[in-house]
Design a protein. Structure first.
Length: 165
């Protein structure tokens, strides 16, 4: 009985259907590239079901991030090339996320990904001792931002401006 319970608790691996870029996805990617290049704060909105979240997850390589985050401390873990090329972190806060929880989630996600991108780009530099800022993360996407209270939002730009430590 206990063996069956242990087996049923495991989640099957995620099977994603192939992503087909649509006109809306190309527009989203163009928008995200402009926001990233000029360091703007952008808002992408529209009717439900047109692909905003899927486009954002694809642009940020969110599925690769989730697989990598699970075993990033393994000695054999290598940062996926998709994360290195996107340089984007994506976060979908829960419905009941408090501003403090949001800040902790953003800090953890942004600093971890920024430091790992910086380590991949400059493996010869000790990030703890370096005085030169190495900025690896260039864009932060917050999905379903309308769930958040305004008090929790101002820290996003500060996180991207902070160099890896």
């Amino acid at each position: 009985m206990t063996e069956q319970a242990a087996v049923s608790d495991e989640r099957p691996p995620r099977r994603l259907t192939p992503f087909l870029p649509t006109r809306q996805h190309r527009r989203f990617a163009e928008f995200a590239d402009a926001v990233r290049r000029h360091r703007y704060i952008g808002a992408c909105y529209g009717a439900p079901g047109i692909g905003k979240t899927l486009s954002a997850r694809t642009y940020a390589a969110a599925d690769d991030y989730e697989r990598w985050a699970a075993d990033r401390f393994m000695r054999s873990a290598v940062l996926p090339p998709s994360l290195l090329s996107s340089r984007t972190a994506m976060l979908t806060p829960g419905v009941t996320t408090t501003p403090r929880e949001l800040e902790n989630q953003l800090l953890n996600r942004c600093h971890a990904l920024n430091a790992d991108i910086a380590r991949t780009l400059r493996p010869d530099v000790n990030l703890g001792l370096s005085r030169d800022p190495i900025v690896g993360l260039e864009l932060l996407i917050i999905d379903e931002a309308d769930r958040l209270k305004t008090a929790g939002l101002p820290d996003g730009p500060r996180l991207l401006a902070t160099p890896a430590t």
